[in-house]
Design a protein around this ligand. Structure first.
Ligand SMILES: [Zn+2]
Length: 381
């Protein structure tokens, strides 16, 4: 990798990291990207919705349409005094580049932008269309971001074939994991009703904590047995338990437990709702359940994009990536809803959302090379 190319990616990443784009504030990141790409001959559209900034850039025409996709927003830094250096002052230390968004995902955005510039410079007459879609609403509710931008673009006649998402997918080494799907997410708040009373007269009350314990044990230990080669089985995590009226001598009237399930296809949110309700019924609990459906699970077709991306990753890193669907949700699901082949490859994910988030600067140059080679494999020849 020529060092000039690596420096170009790192310096763009640092310029993005200096902008405190805590979701959904883009803080000027997309304008910076737009300047770079317009200067390289790309066409630019801003697609703002509400407080959310979205940027669409493209070069070329016709099919196939490859979309490089990502986000410019970051999660809040958390307590500033726990960062060794300011989260919005990108800093080199011990061979790493520290700052909020380094791994998730301004490093990958910089790599995509540089890859796009270098590709259109090398192949001004490439076939098909190379596009980039960035949003400032991936870490937030994600309603006015990629999902809305894709609907607007579809209404204008855009048909995407491939979406390469730069979320931090790698585990031990850059390029060791490509994500081809994601689990679904379902949350619930469950209220278990008892009868309030004096702790000294338990027979005259009905303690909802005692009533709930066996059911909570059963929920926490339930084997959903719905995993397969690419997906882990459903994981149910209790995330909060609350009861009590603030006095040690009172049996509380009710207990509220919150939970979240991460589940694979073809399991559905409805199936999980029925199963969990039935489990509570088995324990004869008087209860009320309130559900919040997060992302639906998806598994992408594994076609030419995956072939191109795996080939590019192996060529650049010398290792064969393996396929995974682990981790949280991503905007890949919105592309999947438009029947677009989705694959995700980005930097190592171990510091995402953490205090002292970091990325290895040399890996950003390699990442740009992987993205550029993927463009070559799909849009030339
Ligand atoms: Zn992200």
């Amino acid at each position: 990798m020529p060092s000039a190319a690596h420096n170009e990616v790192v310096s763009l990443a640092m310029m993005l990291m200096e902008r405190p784009s805590v979701t959904p504030d883009d803080a000027g990141c997309q304008e910076l990207v737009a300047e770079h790409l317009a200067g390289a001959g790309c066409r630019i559209r801003h697609l703002p919705f509400g407080h959310v900034s979205n940027l669409f850039a493209w070069h070329g025409q016709g099919a196939p349409v490859l979309c490089l996709a990502g986000h410019t927003d970051v999660v809040p830094p958390g307590p500033l005094n726990r960062w060794r250096t300011d989260p919005f002052t990108p800093t080199f230390r011990d061979g790493r580049l520290y700052g909020r968004g380094a791994a998730d995902m301004k490093g990958a955005v910089a790599a995509m932008v540089v890859a796009m510039k270098r590709f259109v410079h090398a192949y001004p007459q490439h076939r098909g269309t190379l596009t980039l879609l960035l949003t400032s609403d991936e870490e937030g509710p994600a309603t006015e971001g990629t999902a809305m931008a894709l609907r607007a673009l579809r209404d204008e006649g855009w048909v995407m074939d491939f979406a390469l998402v730069g979320e931090p997918s790698s585990e031990d080494r850059l390029g060791d994991v490509i994500k081809v799907g994601r689990r679904g997410s379902l949350s619930a708040a469950c209220t278990i009703f008892g009868k309030q009373g004096h702790v000294a007269y338990p027979k005259k009350a009905d303690n909802p904590i005692h009533l709930a314990l066996p059911a909570l044990q059963a929920l926490a230990g339930h084997d959903f047995a719905d995993g397969n080669a690419l997906f882990a089985p459903t994981s149910l995590q209790l995330t909060n338990i609350h009861a009590g009226v603030g006095a040690d001598n009172v049996i509380p009237p009710e207990l509220v437990v919150r939970l979240n399930c991460r589940y694979p296809p073809p399991t559905t949110a409805q199936q999980l709702q029925q199963l969990i309700a039935a489990l509570l019924e088995q324990h004869h609990l008087s209860h009320a359940l309130q559900w919040t459906e997060g992302a639906h699970p998806f598994l992408s077709v594994q076609g030419r994009l995956l072939q191109a991306l795996s080939g590019a990753a192996s060529a650049v890193t010398g290792i064969e990536p393996h396929l995974s669907t682990a981790g949280g949700t991503s905007d890949g699901r919105f592309f999947h809803a438009h029947s677009v082949e989705v694959a995700e490859l980005g930097p190592r994910n171990e510091s995402s959302h953490q205090i002292d988030e970091w990325v290895i600067p040399e890996e950003l140059g390699l990442l740009a090379a992987i993205y550029q080679d993927t463009c070559c494999r799909l849009l030339t020849a």
